[in-house]
Design a protein around this ligand. Structure first.
Ligand code: 9WN
Length: 439
């Protein structure tokens, strides 16, 4: 059914609703992704949240990012969760007593406080910091925001491009399905078959206290997630000492790293330096992404499994996100645009972009990253379409985003075809990116 385009009054209601979510989910220093399901601070969530928060309060947006950076490790990594000490351990699994970050040891150098996880998430932070700066450059300069965050973000990228270059080809590798942020994507199924799951009695899934089992990863997935994280912990989160059993080069992760390098270049220029090294890194990353992960037959970027050296034979939204790269060859832009409009990612009724191939053998419209449409990835694709001047499609996606965000009460994700809300509601990045698209 075609729904009417949002009016100015509807936009105002949506804006108020989105602001309310961000106000309710603010803890005093940062924003939880969801009051129920995710009661701590998450890494890439905070980046997306800051992008929206800047329209409400630039100071709060700065604080969001700086709270996250307070959890940065000496080796440069930004942990995927920074734990709130006021929240009981049983509210989320794995809790701080599982990660034991403060005992991680010298090579990795986790802070003694706050407690954190030992994994990472996609590097959207420098892009977010630059957009927060751009929202009010005067305020940013007065508070020395970029002076403080630029060196930390540069150290973060250095970590990814040195210790995490596990394939030796100049791309960053992820070592756990939580790291690309798309936990149970069918892209990881084959690689995970090699991982012996932890026994069910070794852990209790707090997520099922709040989420519907059909919307979430399975127990078998969790057993494997726990095993991989425990192995990493036992090696002190030292990337040189760990025998990683899951190592993948992910297109979305590396595309965001490249875009964030461009943001670092812009920040360096603003700080009176040249920024040339960052700009060069961004170009190198774009080139390597194309060399290593572009599948010209399928017209999409693929993940590469470093254990086998092979490209993963699945189509996921991760492979469309590189559209966000300004240096992408024009023929690749054209092919990605065509794939986006093909039956793999578009069907009558789809307003957003499914997380996984609609025609794929593992497609499931309900289960998390195996089909549902997410708002953060829609925002990234929207930005990519605009980067390449594909304005009509960008506008359609923006309208679809705003319609679904409002209808779903800012859901975590939605059924990609029917739009039925799934997962948590009042989800922070959905609200934050709604504000951004309304501004
Ligand atoms: C594990 C917080 C995070 C997002 C991820 C999403 C989900 C966590 C979980 O929630 O992952 O990090 O417990 O399932 O997959 O993208 O950052 O919103």
């Amino acid at each position: 059914l075609d729904r009417p385009a949002p009016t100015a009054a509807a936009d105002l209601t949506l804006r108020r609703g989105a602001a309310r979510v961000l106000i309710d989910n603010w803890t005093g220093t940062s924003t939880v992704p969801s009051r129920t399901l995710y009661p701590h601070q998450w890494s890439w969530d905070s980046a997306f949240i800051a992008i929206g928060l800047r329209h409400l309060s630039v100071r709060r947006a700065q604080q969001e990012l700086e709270s996250l950076l307070a959890g940065q490790w000496a080796d440069g990594r930004i942990p995927h969760i920074v734990f709130n000490p006021a929240v009981p351990y049983d509210a989320y699994f794995p809790s701080p007593d599982f990660w034991q970050s403060a005992h991680a040891g010298r090579p990795s150098g986790a802070p003694s406080a706050p407690q954190t996880s030992g994994l990472v998430q996609p590097p959207v932070h420098a892009l977010a910091a630059w957009l927060v700066h751009a929202a009010d450059p005067g305020e940013s300069r007065r508070r020395g925001f970029l002076d403080r965050v630029h060196p930390r973000l540069a150290a973060w990228h250095d970590y990814l491009l040195t210790r995490r270059d596990l394939g030796g080809a100049g791309l960053a590798a992820v070592v756990h399905p939580w790291e690309p942020g798309m936990d149970n994507s069918p892209c990881w199924d084959r690689a995970l078959e090699r991982v012996e799951p932890a026994a069910p009695e070794e852990f209790h899934r707090a997520d099922l206290d709040h989420g519907h089992p059909a919307d979430r990863p399975t127990d078998l997935d969790y057993g494997r997630y726990v095993r991989l994280a425990a192995d990493y912990r036992e090696a002190g989160y030292d990337d040189r000492a760990t025998r990683h059993r899951f190592t993948v080069e992910d297109p979305c992760f590396n595309a965001l790293l490249a875009v964030s390098e461009l943001a670092l270049a812009a920040m360096a220029r603003e700080l009176g330096r040249t920024g040339a090294a960052h700009a060069e890194r961004a170009r190198d990353l774009s080139r390597r992404l194309v060399d290593r992960l572009w599948d010209d037959t399928a017209g999409i970027f693929r993940a590469r499994d470093l254990a086998t050296g092979a490209m993963v034979d699945e189509r996921s939204i991760s492979g469309l996100v590189p559209l966000i790269l300004p240096h992408l060859p024009q023929d690749i832009v054209r092919r990605l645009h065509a794939t986006l409009g093909s039956p793999h990612f578009k069907a009558p009724g789809t307003r957003l972009v499914p997380s996984y191939d609609l025609t794929g053998h593992a497609f499931d419209p309900q289960r998390y990253w195996r089909g549902p449409a997410w708002f953060n990835t829609a925002w990234l694709i929207h930005r990519g379409l605009r980067t390449h001047h594909l304005h009509a499609d960008a506008e359609r996606l923006r309208e679809g985003f705003l319609t679904e965000a409002g209808r779903s009460r800012f859901a975590e994700y939605v059924d990609p075809v029917s739009g039925t809300a799934r997962g948590a509601r009042q989800f922070s990045w959905t609200a934050a990116l709604t504000l951004d698209l309304l501004s």
